[in-house]
Design a protein around this ligand. Sequence first.
Ligand code: TEU
Ligand code: CA
Length: 557
Amino acid sequence: MSLKDWKKKTIVYEVYIQSFKDSNNDGIGDINGLESKLDYIKELGANSIWITPIFKSPLVDNGYDIEDYESINSIYGTMSDFEKLLISAHKKNLKIILDLVVNHTSDKHKWFLESKKSKNNQYSDYYIWRDPKPDGTEPSNLGSAFGGSAWTYVAERKQYYLHLFSEQQPDLNWNNVKVRQSIYHMMKFWLDKGVDGFRMDSISLISKPEKFDNVPLENHQRYGAYYYNISNGPHIHEYLQEMNSEVLSKYNIITIGETPHTTPEEAKKYVDPYRNELDMVFQFEHMHVDYGKFGRYSDVMYKLNDLRCAMNKWQEKLSWNTNYLGNHDQPRIVSRFGNDDKYRIKSAKVLAMMYILQKGTPFIFEGEEIGMTNLHITNINELKDIEAHYNYNFFIDKQISPEKALEMVNRKTRDNARTPMQWNFDRNSGFSDVKPWFDVNSNYKSINVKKDLQSSDSIYRFYQKLLQLRKEDSIMIDGEFRPLYINDSEIYAFIRELSGHKKLIVCSLCAYNKKFEVPKNVGNISKVILSNYEKDININDRTIYLKPYEGVVVSLD
Ligand code: TEU
Ligand code: CA
């Protein structure tokens, strides 16, 4: 038994709903806006759309704090807009994947409003409540992902509740069978409408330990990392197997678990088909290659060796991966891993080649296909993300200068990914007629969809070719992944091989010329399949002369 064929052919485009397309000019992207752009996504070559949360929410964490799982947030539209979107998408053979956020709810969810009232009502046990220590302080030193303690005190109950994310995102108690049943019921509600799958937010965190001990402190923090002793908790696989037998197995859907802080060995348990849990997982190891003294927000440039080591490790250990370089929680990929200045176009293309042609399911984040870049902020108040503000204040407390603190936060803030989609040259980049909820990146006149569609060698056009290649050539789906050149600090190379046929992918990630020798035992170059330098390719026998950020795909025999 292995992953079904249609799942292997899945190519996902992630839509950050509030920043994609505003249809009614209130400055916020919405469901009808997305519907108007389905052809754009289809033309690119994706066949599935993952939409970030669209449910009723106070939007403390941009919708990852859900107040009502079964209603649509009115700023994004109505339930009938969503049903219309599903029909239109299905007509175009596009699948719709929803974000399932069930590690926590919003503190405005009716379950929590009841739960916090007393220790003996029907929702009392829906969340993780613990008594204070004898001196009244938090039950443990666990910290929240966005900063501060992971525990907040509620006077009515004389207890603390756990929140791995913001204070407004209390963690659900999965140990309570009523919680699990309520969630399964809600999942069926969406699946019965025809939804094609779920991306499961923070799913590796849902099973909590019985006892919360203090954890070691790292990265100069006052509290312990939020996932410490939490990720892959004691009952995680039991819960997922139960969810699979009660819900997932009854539908022909795709499931992708977001599993921060999970090793390949642990990840295998989630995706082993014989265990009946999930189809695939998002791992984060390659997202940590530029972490430093202060963790994520450190001022560190990644090394290609580290990136390759992390990605190759997962390629070797897991038979099917999710392949991505960016999403709504990460900086823009061309700014982080490429060169968003002189080589923006070339480097955006080579990065796409490098990750899309690895074995697994590609996930493209909106705007990546036109090479959208990070922001350049001059004031912390330009950012909206709670995580950015917490980290900025933390650095100021640590006596780091405001300029340096701003630079560190700017480099990694999640807001880099959250600026509105750059559609055209018009005001607000054609995203909306009015001032958007988040200002458009000021470079939209030189980076936008309209411009890319007008040119035959744009980044968008290159993504089309890559995705086409992935569809046409079964090597790109079923071919084994074989790493090459594993010590080079500028070139990422690998082979895909299927029944004796081989394709070699060579990607240069530097701004100068490099030579690549095809090792003798690997084969001879027989044909050039694709390059981001179009026809200007220099190959002599076994030597490929790579120009800055050049990437090539060749056949070997
Ligand atoms: O992210 C969970 C997660 O894995 C974190 O590591 C997250 O990437 C980190 O906080 C960013 O620095 C998911 C969502 O993708 C994120 O947008 C939500 O804020 C979070 O869960 C809580 O729902
Ligand atoms: Ca709108």
